[in-house]
Each structure stands twice: as structure tokens, then as C-alpha cells.
Design a protein. Structure first.
Length: 150
């Protein structure tokens, strides 16, 4: 089965909403003002993207850790070691201002996609995993790029 389960697709796409919201508030001054007044500056522009992006990279570390539990020995040790990389990347690389943090999150999500592929190649992720991860990663990177460029 390579078709993405509907619930995983819907929840995955819902997880893109904060990235998209950040991009939209970067592109629209009116929406940015509305967002600041209604939600506050932390939930506006690149700031919501940066905070949420660090959270999601950390969450994905946990997902990869879960995949690593399916094997033993050296492969498990490698899987556990690789699984902590996204969280550590988010922790160490999202300082230094919104532009550099945004770029580092883009690199973090692209690197996560490589890790997703490796765990999938090892047979630890569901067969449909890469279909979902490529879609979500592309959307997240586009949204983060808007936050960095504009």
C-alpha cells in the first residue's frame, strides 16, 4: 500500500497551517496587522514559522526514534543516533535572527527528508511514508522560503 492514509494526510496538511499562516502574514501587511492585534507578534510572520519549525523538527526526531525501535543491534544504534539530529539541529541552529534561523530550518527540513528516506529504505517507515514526507516537506520549505525572502 503506497496510498497515504486519509487521516495521516489530513493531519499532516493541518500541521502545515502555522507555516502557511506565517508566509501569508509576511506577504500581506493587512493580514499581518490583524494577526498581531488578534494573536500577537509571536504568531505572525517568520516568528510563528521559526518557533513552530523548531517544535516540528523535534517532533520528527521522536517519530524517527519510534522507527528505530523496530530493529536491534547496530542498526538500532544508528537509527537512534540519527533520530536525534533534527531536534539538535533545531536547538543549535535557530538563533541569530529570523533570516539565518529560517534558512537553517529550511536546511533542517531538507536534511530531515534525507533521514526519512533512509528510515524508509531500511523498511522501518510505512510504504506510503515518502509520498507524505515529500509533499509536506515541499510545502514547509516553500513557506519558510517566503519568510526568509520577503
Amino acid at each position: 500500500m503506497t496510498q497515504i492514509p486519509r487521516s495521516a494526510l489530513i493531519l499532516g496538511l493541518a500541521g502545515v497551517i502555522p507555516f502557511a499562516w506565517g508566509a501569508l502574514t509576511v506577504l500581506s501587511d493587512g493580514l499581518a496587522q490583524f494577526s498581531v492585534q488578534t494573536l500577537g507578534p509571536r504568531f505572525t510572520g517568520p516568528y510563528v514559522q521559526l518557533f513552530y519549525g523548531a517544535v516540528i523538527l523535534s517532533f520528527m526526531s521522536g517519530v524517527l526514534w519510534g522507527f528505530a525501535t523496530k530493529v536491534t543491534g547496530k542498526q538500532a544504534a544508528t537509527g537512534y543516533a540519527l533520530s536525534v539530529v533534527p531536534a539538535l539541529w533545531a536547538f543549535f541552529m535557530t538563533g541569530g535572527g529570523p533570516t539565518s534561523a529560517g534558512m537553517n530550518l529550511i536546511f533542517g527540513f531538507l536534511g530531515l527528508l534525507v533521514l526519512d528516506w533512509q528510515f524508509w529504505r531500511w523498511g522501518l517507515a510505512p510504504k506510503w511514508w515518502m509520498h507524505l514526507r515529500v509533499l509536506l516537506s515541499a510545502l514547509v520549505v516553500i513557506c519558510l522560503a517566503i519568510g526568509v525572502i520577503w
